[in-house]
Design a protein around this ligand. Structure first.
Ligand SMILES: Cc1cc2nc3c(=O)[nH]c(=O)nc-3n(C[C@H](O)[C@H](O)[C@H](O)COP(=O)(O)OP(=O)(O)OC[C@H]3O[C@@H](n4cnc5c(N)ncnc54)[C@H](O)[C@@H]3O)c2cc1C
Length: 395
């Protein structure tokens, strides 16, 4: 059959390309359909961390730890420099009531096997000599790492092309239909492609794709704003966050000032390969609006100077905003829709998609190839959005 593949992946962000690459490695024929260009969605407007310390102790942390190992392999396997670096990370604590939250978080993460500890002020100052005196303690993990997402996208695209993946740009999917043994996928250009398996990796737009097969996926964009500084000398030994970052990510009911709560403000500071600092960020539900706002940029810069007064002298060269694909229940969505055999979903990574792209692609490939998955992932299956009667009716 013409235009027939084993798998069609929808979306050429970091998740879709990781799925495509690992499916092709498993000897599947793969077509990627992308509405714009590679990385035109969230993967091209985000931070760059493979952050372990921010992951909830449990499946998210285990997934991140597995993913980090794959990134280590990809450094040579992908045959491109992806600017992988392990700088370690510290979560700064400057409010007494944040201390028990972080102590509990660290205790649970240690029990999963993460190398992480709480540092007293005198030890944290050795690693962060420029930090403000009002910071009372911090966490420290030597494991937190980073990549350049643009370089990962390019490397995955190149490596996938070498093993036969076909990628069509400016081919927006507009319809997906089940035929007896396969799926038929139509694009804006009017072309029809068929495959035994479809992978929905359309990020914040994955709800729209799921609706084509009758599945209501509760994915909403969560905006994050970031500023980029000029390249400067290194500030401190590791990248750094504040406890608000953990609170805004995991504990939305925690008592905070009105502006921080509304913007979902959490400080994040990381140094790129070229010496610029990326400083963020917010967690806001504002639909598909990707603008930056004066209020948020001011709040981010104020917090940066509060924690590291030295930033007062540093120039900002640009700012941007991206949309995290967030699922309403706060969990990732990886697996097959039980009411639509052969329709797989890889989304809902919210602020963790760069870190989790390698393991997500691996799990999707294992599921499609009928292999045992590296980790037990029933808890994040799209089956949670179906009721039993729907599954019975459709199968
Ligand atoms: C400010 C910010 C900071 C972040 N920092 C980090 C971080 O430090 N570490 C981390 O791990 N994660 C981080 N993230 C999260 C991470 O960026 C995302 O989880 C990840 O990029 C999502 O990737 P994706 O491939 O699912 O989505 P996308 O990159 O958006 O890819 C989806 C693709 O699908 C395409 N598409 C949509 N509809 C269609 C259609 N109908 N037909 C064909 N194609 C379609 C889109 O054009 C897009 O290219 C951050 C996010 C933001 C916003």
């Amino acid at each position: 059959m013409q235009n027939a593949y084993d798998c069609i992946v929808i979306g050429a962000g970091i998740i879709g390309l990781s799925c495509a690459y690992q499916l092709a490695k498993a000897r599947k024929t793969v077509l990627v359909l992308e509405r714009g260009d590679v990385g035109c969605g969230t993967s091209g407007a985000c931070d760059h961390m493979i952050l372990l310390q921010s992951k909830a102790p449990g499946l998210p942390l285990r997934l991140a730890m597995e993913s980090l190992e794959i990134y280590r392999e990809w450094q040579s396997e992908l045959q491109e420099d992806i600017e992988f670096a392990t700088r370690g990370g510290m979560i700064l604590i400057d409010k007494k009531d944040h201390m028990p939250v972080m102590e509990d978080f660290v205790k649970k993460q240690k029990s999963i096997g993460l190398n992480v500890e709480i540092l007293e002020k005198k030890y944290l100052k050795k690693k962060q000599p420029w930090v403000s005196d009002h910071v009372i303690a911090s966490t420290y993990s030597p494991e937190d790492s980073q990549v350049n997402p643009f370089k990962v996208l390019f490397a995955l695209y190149q490596a996938s092309s070498r093993i036969g993946v076909k990628l069509l740009r400016y081919a927006a999917v507009t319809e997906i239909k089940r035929k007896s043994e396969y799926w038929e996928v139509r694009t804006t250009a009017g072309e029809v492609y068929s495959a035994q398996v479809v992978v929905n990796a359309a990020g914040v737009w994955s709800g729209e794709i799921a609706s084509y097969v009758g599945l209501n996926l509760p994915i909403r964009p969560k905006r994050g704003q970031i500023i980029v500084t000029e390249p400067i000398e290194e500030i401190g030994e590791t990248d750094a966050w504040d406890a608000n970052y953990i609170i805004s990510k995991h504990l939305s009911n925690f008592e905070r000032d009105e502006t921080s709560k509304r913007l979902g403000l959490g400080f994040a500071m990381s140094r790129t390969h070229s010496g610029n600092y990326l400083i963020g960020s917010t967690r806001e539900y504002v639909g598909f609006n990707r603008s930056t706002t004066y209020e948020a940029l001011k709040a981010i810069t104020n917090r940066a100077v509060e924690l590291f007064p030295v930033f007062d002298k540093v120039r900002i060269i640009r700012s941007f905003a991206g949309l995290r694909p967030a699922c309403d229940d706060g969990k990732y969505i990886i697996g097959e829709d039980p009411a639509n055999p052969g329709f797989f979903i890889a989304t809902g990574h919210e602020g963790d998609g760069i870190a989790l792209a390698p393991i997500t692609g691996k799990l999707i490939s294992q599921l499609i190839c009928g292999e045992r998955t590296t980790l037990e992932i029933d808890a994040i299956s799209p089956a949670r959005f179906r009721v039993a009667s729907e599954v019975a009716q459709r199968n």
